[in-house]
Design a binder for this molecule. Sequence first.
Ligand code: GLC
Length: 653
Amino acid sequence: MYEQQSHFLLNNILDQLKPEIRRRDLRHFYTRLGANFYAIHSLFHRLYGQREDFEEQLLRLVSVMAGQYIARSDELKALDASRERDHLWFLSQEWVGMALYLDGFAGDLHGLDERVPYLQELGVNMVHVMPILECPRGASDGGYAVNNFRDIDDRAGTLEDLRTLGSDLRRRNMLLTLDVVVNHTSDEHEWARRARQGEQRYQDYYYVFANRDIPDLFEQSMPEVFPETAPGNFTFDEAMNKWVMTVFNTYQWDLNYTNPAVFIEMLDIILFWANQGADILRLDAVAFLWKKIGTTSQNEREAHLILQLFKDCCQVTAPGVLFIAEAIVAPVEIIKYFGEDAVIAKECEIAYNATFMALLWDALATHNAKLLNQSISNLPDKLDRATWLNYVRCHDDIGLGFDDADIRAVGYDPAAHRRFILDYYTGSWADSPARGQAFGRNEKTGDARISGTLASLVGLEAALAAGDADEVQRSIDQILLLHSLILSFGGIPLLYYGDELGTLNNYAYSVDPAKTQDNRWLHRPAYDWQRAELRHQRGSVEQRIFDGLKQLIAVRKSLPALADFNNRELIDVGNPHLFVFTRNDLASPQESVLVVANFSDFPEQFDLNDLRNRGRFTVGELRDAVSGASPEQFNEQLVIPANGFYWLMCSPY
Ligand code: GLC
């Protein structure tokens, strides 16, 4: 948008840019800057307009964007241009991701490069390598406490190794996803060290207070993220003799975004990683970016403005790079991280579908899809140029983040229902085969979340220990059932490393002093590559899961109906055990897919005629795209096996 005041300011800024910037050919940069500058200026002004040095800060912001544009390689600039041409490229059904810890999966970056063929064998073409930046030697929150935002930890490799991995992936048409931990640094980061040495400039990078007055005010309304291991949201720092805000662990210092210098530093870091070849940046803990006394200090309006500003700036310098919002918050809040509008108030193109994830676990424990159906039907449509990251589990705990009103609507009491789910997965429910553990139990609120690998949570660990072949089969069926849903729901499915082999809980973490306090390490496996070889042995658990998933992934990629264009329609078939939806192929409707999932331990049925009468299907024969077979029918009742699923095609005329 053209607007006189901001345009005048932009011209002034351009005149003041250093000669080495002005001399370059920045044509694409300037056209994008012109297009986005009104928004950038407005957002920056809303956040920092009250400061006397506002214009100086804005000049620094533009200089950072220009500097990183100049540093961006021609190869990446060409990729930007091709993604501008095909701007919905990431909505395709062809993308399938996996998140992994580098050390557990492959040792280091060289190792990962060697394991890329394994990922390709499965069909994975987007890799999220969890944090590999310099971090403390002891506890580092799995790398989410960063010492240096611009260098790779020497245990993982070097920046050069990462660039090599990036270009190797690009050659194979695969995507690289990296984290940017935007909310905090470790207490060993240079900014924290200089703050400790008394430098006011760096104390202003954090929330630092001389006494408990302000912290106490904050504490009245701020929840605790790690109540057992890091209660409260502030830590006393002896060197400063002051309190510093630490929402996560005591060694993770929250960055203060009321200071524009922090915003500009972090933008520079985001663009730096874009320039190292990341296609997608996962912005960590974005719900926490703005703190306000009297609130939970989560999902604040300003946190959204910061993300909009990051996006507007990144689009000027590196428009081909996407953002993932890691905001594991209430369903109505998550959707806001896409932004309000795909053009004028955009934020992250991708967001974790934590709601769907939690609901899948609910359906599995209750053997019915009542809450899943209820909650998904209340999920608003997202923006057009935005997509979900659908996952069964990730490296974090599983939180029961569904809505109390939805729980009541299906006839449960919210507190009792959550307690049941927790008991079910932590194995204290008599009939449960799950082997999870409670994480982050909060005695004050009664809240807790769940740790444990997918395989151990669905009962594979117990079944193998008991030598019960039927139960082993049931666990495998459930693993495939859950994946069949994240692969068909609409969005990018994000597998979690180890799940493709049915990896069980890793209890070894408890002897490592840096990990013992955090049972999320139960489900952060170290690969046994010999065991992975069992995927080639017919009939092994590994082979049944790996091949099942591989097949699902291959079929997903072949079905354009599974691309994400808000083309999903939930269908109530009157059977509470079933979760049923269509994925409409907008270009060729006869290629639409009907997804049917059965959460019961028994076969279930529904009336196909009823669907036909409602105009869903015009033609007779149904074919399951996964197996290629026609499913069982009896008197027009479609029969779905226990813990089974179908991706049904209408057979063309
Ligand atoms: C994110 C990460 C999690 C970490 C937290 C604090 O939620 O996924 O592992 O503990 O941020 O950085």
